[in-house]
Unconditional design. Structure first.
Lengths: 217, 166
């Protein structure tokens, strides 16, 4: 069961069932976007329902905190509603919303207030994030094995967070499994080749750091 | 072989933890649909109008402040130029006494013992204060005697352009 992220992404892209589901969502998105552009708030809310999960994961990558991510998505949706008339291609709504969300999340990440909040609550939120990791199913492991696995996961999470943003952002965006390299490149405003290189480099750095810390598996 | 296997396991762990770090709860409520923020887009004008109004107000304020700063500067500069050289101060001022004291900047660059000014010659003085042109005819210039002025320079810089009349 050793499926790497790249293999997982490729399998998602190649799955016929997934492709049909994507086509259905794309058609619905296009139709709803046209209605929203005509001034229908209900259609816009339906669009948000379709795509908020992807948007919130994008914001979570930038902010590292689910609550802040949700606030960024609220802001992004308001902005998207105000500007939806300018969107030329209704089929591109999802990518457009994710780009707005990414910019809103970056604004929050760069704001002084957010920095102070993270500094003040850093320990608590870091602990919350790690609790999510610790809540993973343990299977039939012994108590000791579970403790060791959780400690290793905690160190892995800490190491991922310690990556520089230019490596961490594309790596975490790819790890959601919801975005193609093209989408990530559009969001970050960098070429696709650079996205691939940064993801690969992030993995290499993570491996090196974790092996130095004694996490070999 | 073991090392490759371990690296695969490590990659699995990294990917699993990375996914968890961006995991979000399924519950999400778009707050705007609960209040009045989602007005039809065609009515979204007021936001723009308020912004435009603020922009225009700031622009007007900048223009007003700039004009307040610029005018006194210009007047001060003009006044500074309307200085009569000390050597001529008493008589020259007497000669142009009908005019405002800030009428012109005058200087004598050369004095000759006899008047050489041809009849009908007109020297022009620009009155810098009201920016009106005032002419001094030869007779008026002759009143500058006994300086025997034949080389009076009336220099006007009110329009930032120096003109000399001999």
């Amino acid at each position: 069961m050793n499926v790497t992220l790249a293999q997982m992404t490729a399998s998602l892209a190649a799955s016929p069932a997934q492709s049909m589901a994507d086509a259905s969502i794309d058609a619905e998105t296009t139709q709803l976007t046209r209605q929203a552009q005509a001034g229908s708030p209900e259609a816009f809310c339906a669009l948000v329902d379709l795509h908020h999960r992807a948007a919130r994961r994008v914001a979570a990558v930038a902010l590292g905190d689910a609550t802040e991510a949700d606030e960024a998505v609220q802001d992004a949706c308001i902005t998207a509603w105000q500007r939806i008339g300018r969107l030329e291609d209704p089929a591109a709504f999802r990518a457009w919303l994710l780009r707005i969300t990414w910019r809103k999340a970056l604004d929050r990440r760069r704001s002084l207030a957010a920095w102070l909040r993270r500094f003040r609550d850093g320990a608590v939120k870091g602990q919350q994030a790690l609790e999510a990791v610790e809540a993973l199913p343990d299977g039939a492991q012994s108590q000791d094995a579970r403790l060791i696995a959780r400690e290793r996961d905690r160190i892995v999470a800490e190491t991922i967070r310690s990556l520089p943003a230019r490596l961490r952002d594309p790596f975490l965006l790819a790890s959601t499994g919801e975005h193609r390299y093209d989408d990530i490149a559009l969001m970050l405003g960098i070429p696709v080749g650079t996205v691939k290189w940064r993801i690969s480099e992030a993995r290499r750095v993570l491996r090196d750091k974790l092996i130095r810390r004694g996490i070999s598996a | 072989m073991n090392r490759d296997y371990d690296l695969d396991l490590l990659d699995d762990r990294i990917d699993r933890v990375a996914r968890e770090l961006t995991r979000v709860s399924p519950d999400f409520t778009f707050n705007a649909k609960l209040d009045d923020r989602l007005v039809p887009t065609s009515n979204a004008g007021p936001t723009f109008s308020i912004r435009a109004l603020a922009t225009v107000s700031v622009a007007i304020a900048i223009v007003m402040l700039t004009s307040m700063w610029w005018r006194p500067t210009q007047m001060t500069r003009t006044d500074d130029q309307a200085v009569v050289p000390p050597a001529l101060e008493g008589r020259a001022l007497a000669a142009v006494s009908p005019l405002p004291l800030s009428v012109a900047r005058m200087s004598v660059t050369r004095r000759t013992p006899e008047p050489t000014m041809p009849p009908g010659r007109v020297a022009t003085v620009l009155d810098v204060a009201p920016l009106a042109i005032v002419a001094l005819d030869v007779d008026t210039l002759a009143d500058l005697e006994p300086l025997h002025v034949d080389d009076v320079r009336v220099v006007e810089i009110a329009t930032r352009e120096m003109r000399e009349y001999r």
